[in-house]
Design a protein around this ligand. Structure first.
Ligand code: AHR
Length: 508
């Protein structure tokens, strides 16, 4: 037994590290909104080895594949129950001409991927390959249209090609290319980062472009499009204001991009960082809550009924590329720090269910904060992958609002709570996800169930010796979730000790 000395509510363990108290009170009486499964969405761009080598190797590859898709990656992604996949970009989307990516692969024209390393793109992964991948994964496609360098006609025809079941020129071209029935494509992005790589437009000009392009993106047969306008980056509230004013209910969703990045010129190593760097990163990632609140407040003034979704369709950490890799490929490692960013951010998304209808972490394989890294025929699952796996229980569950009282820590001049939590219920089960960001102190957590009935509790924990720990191709099992047996259920109360730098998901 550890010796404990009680000091003003802080327990000091015999090992010298403080042990602090946190109290969480669930509010089931206010549980009335759903956490859309689309909050757990993903993003795959023609960037580095996300598509080529990551998802797609082609039928003739020595890497085991299913019709050209990497079998190991597909199997791992299926376990995440990924709800949607955004493609083909990102910045790539506004230079992509979809007609180059259909028909016999050997005849497809090549292009240069100007945004990402200037490599030659052979278009062997195109519309059919993407939409069939979504069918294989059982997820909804989210197609980003080219507004920056494309034409209205081009985007209109793409929608027709993918979704029309009629005797129309584009539907017949699709049939000629081997796909009789249309796919179902609901989510359509009208441009990406139109304020930057997507055309460097001013918000008023983009608003007009959106209106013009979207008129010709039609609903064919039973397919109903959900049109998403290219939204702001981070703190650009003016962009949101202009779009809400000038586009309003002609859009179904408005995107937002928020990256956890220190400095565009010195992003820092993904694996070699100090305790201060760790706290800085978590503090920056938590700032997304304030950013969401401010964009939401603007949206609320134009759309109080919350008909227009806020779609955070790019988010995650952005560090220096791994030494020796192409700087244009954005290939970065992934440590427990990234897992903490994912868990903290998902806890925030779970809270803003009314307005946030979708989010897409960037990106699914081999780019930025990935789920999976690959090297030739090797694959590893990142700590972030495991957070998405543990948190999948929140998909389409009813959010249970909660109140949290705990210690705070000064990070980036703000008082940041060391514990973060979110809770939901579905199919008679309650799930509570918890993080303790403190590097040294465990947290003694008491959860008031407020009348919610539970007879047993189980859980999973993700942690590591140090926050710089990560999985490598030679040692891919350094981090993975383990059973968590430390939670005790007593009538209306749950108690547990949350170890330092850990992520726990409980099931009741
Ligand atoms: O995800 C990488 C890039 O970040 C995307 O292409 C772009 O939209 C954003 O700037």
């Amino acid at each position: 037994m550890k010796k404990l000395i009680v000091l003003l509510g802080i327990l000091v363990c015999a090992n010298g590290f403080a042990q602090q108290n946190a109290v969480i009170t669930l509010h089931p009486e206010d549980a009335n909104t759903q956490i859309s499964k689309h909050v757990y969405g993903h993003f795959a761009e023609h960037l580095g080895s996300c598509i080529y080598g990551g998802l797609w190797v082609g039928e003739d590859s020595p890497v085991p594949n299913t019709n050209g898709y990497r079998t190991d990656v597909i199997n791992a992604l299926k376990e995440l129950h990924i709800p949607n996949l955004r493609w083909p970009g990102g910045c790539f989307a506004d230079e992509y001409h979809w007609m180059d990516g259909i028909g016999p692969r050997e005849k497809r024209p090549k292009m240069v991927n100007n945004n990402w390393g200037g490599v030659v793109e052979d278009n062997s992964f195109g519309t059919h390959e993407f939409l069939n991948l979504c069918e294989l994964l059982g997820c909804e496609p989210y197609v980003s249209g080219n507004v920056g360098s494309g034409t209205v006609e081009e985007l209109a025809k793409w929608v027709e090609y993918m979704t029309s079941d009629g005797d129309s020129p584009m539907a017949n071209l699709r049939r000629q290319n081997g796909r009789e029935k249309p796919w179902k494509v609901k989510y359509l992005g009208i441009g990406n980062e139109s304020w930057g790589c997507g055309g460097d437009m001013l918000p008023e000009f983009y608003a007009d472009q959106y209106r013009r392009y979207s008129v010709y993106c039609r609903n064919f047969d039973n397919n109903k499009l959900f049109k998403i306008a290219s939204g702001a980056s981070d703190y650009d509230y003016h962009w949101t204001d202009v779009l809400m004013n000038k586009i309003g209910n002609k859009m179904n969703g408005l995107s937002l991009h928020y990256y956890t990045i220190k400095d565009w010129h010195q992003k820092g190593s993904a694996t070699d960082f100090s305790g201060d760097d760790y706290y800085w990163t978590l503090g920056k990632s938590l700032e997304i809550e304030e950013v969401i609140q401010k964009h939401t407040a603007i949206m609320d003034t134009y759309d109080p009924k919350k008909n227009i979704g806020l779609m955070v369709d790019e988010w995650g950490t952005w560090f220096d590329v791994e030494p020796g890799t192409n700087p244009g490929f954005l290939f970065q490692q992934n440590t427990l720090r990234d897992a903490m960013v994912a868990a903290l951010t998902l806890n925030i998304f779970n809270k803003y269910t009314g307005r946030i209808q979708m989010t897409n972490i960037a990106q699914v394989v081999n780019v930025l904060q990935s789920m999976i890294l690959t090297k030739d025929d090797k694959m590893l699952l990142t700590p972030t992958y495991f957070v998405f796996k543990m948190y999948a229980v929140h998909q389409d569950a009813t959010a249970i609002p909660l109140n949290l009282v705990c210690e705070t820590k000064k990070i980036r001049e703000k008082d940041v709570p060391v514990v973060s939590a979110s809770a939901s219920q579905k199919d008679g089960k309650i799930h509570i996800s918890l993080t303790n960001l403190d590097l040294k102190s465990a947290q003694d957590v008491t959860i008031q169930l407020s009348g919610m009935k539970a007879s047993q509790v189980s859980g999973q924990i993700l942690t590591a010796k140090t926050v710089t720990d990560h999985n490598t191709f030679d040692n891919p099992n350094v981090l993975k979730p383990a059973d968590f047996k430390g939670a005790k259920l007593k009538k209306d109360e749950l108690t547990l000790q949350l170890p330092a730098h850990s992520i726990v998901v409980l099931e009741l």
